[in-house]
Design a protein around this ligand. Structure first.
Ligand SMILES: [Zn+2]
Length: 242
């Protein structure tokens, strides 16, 4: 993910332009605020990029309106009663103050019981939850990677989990390393599997071209549904910063 790049305004819409060694221009509108980003081939001139954006203005505005209409999770305070998600299921947070080490326990498939010292603030509580999500992903990902490496006949050099603001996953074809967004812990497991497949398919085909889509269609015919679920409300995160 690149955060640098030029920002232009087209008819009042801020558009971030990132130059890349790619063949086709990619235009995307991203949650939660409908940020517009264009990945443009090195050879395409700025005015051509602007023209492409103008041609897509109607579509961009429609996407932005969709994001604006989505219910947004409120800012987490990490107090009892809040809703939190794990594998697409909603849990109520129950904060239990104690003197031992911090931990999180899943209770009755309904509650996240968060054991913390009385002086642990919201940030500290959040950290316990994030670490717990990370642990769960570390347990869930290896069988998925093994399964799909065998099916696709590829092998990633390594995989990792990180917090990403605009992507569910990433694949570095040079180092053959794949990255999965920590936020995926909140989504249904099929969505996690879809991102694993998507990133591994990049080891066969780098670009989102017809060949890539044909591979996805062949191996995971319902991938569009999972992608839709990933983008659907409620948004996973309340404080994405751009
Ligand atoms: Zn991709």
């Amino acid at each position: 993910m690149s955060t640098d790049g030029l920002e232009i305004r087209v008819a009042g819409v801020a558009v971030q332009i990132v130059r890349k060694d790619i063949k086709n221009l990619h235009l995307g509108v991203y949650p939660p605020n409908g940020r517009v980003r264009v990945a443009a081939p090195l050879s395409v001139r700025d005015d051509a990029v602007r023209l492409a954006v103008v041609g897509k203005l109607g579509w961009i505005k429609k996407q932005q309106a969709k994001f604006a209409a989505q219910p947004r999770q409120s800012k987490r305070e990490m107090v009892s009663g809040e809703s939190h998600y794990f594998l697409g299921r909603r849990y109520r947070l129950r904060v239990v103050e104690h003197q031992g080490p911090a931990r999180l326990v899943l209770q009755d498939r309904d509650f996240f019981e968060l054991y913390v010292r009385p002086d642990t603030d919201a940030k500290g509580r959040e950290r316990v939850l994030q670490n717990w999500y990370r642990e769960q992903l570390r347990r869930l990902i290896p069988p998925l990677v093994a399964k799909w490496q065998a099916i696709l006949g590829v092998e990633a050099a390594a995989w990792g989990i990180k917090k990403m603001k605009t992507k569910w996953g990433a694949c570095s074809t040079g180092t053959r390393r794949i990255w999965l967004n920590l936020e995926l812990a909140k989504k249904p497991v099929q969505c996690l599997e879809y991102i694993v497949v998507h990133e591994l398919v990049h080891l066969i085909e780098r670009h989102h071209n017809d060949r890539f889509i044909a591979l996805m269609d062949r191996h995971l015919p319902r991938w569009r549904q999972y992608r839709h679920e990933l983008d659907a409300a409620p948004l996973a995160h309340s404080d994405w910063v751009y």
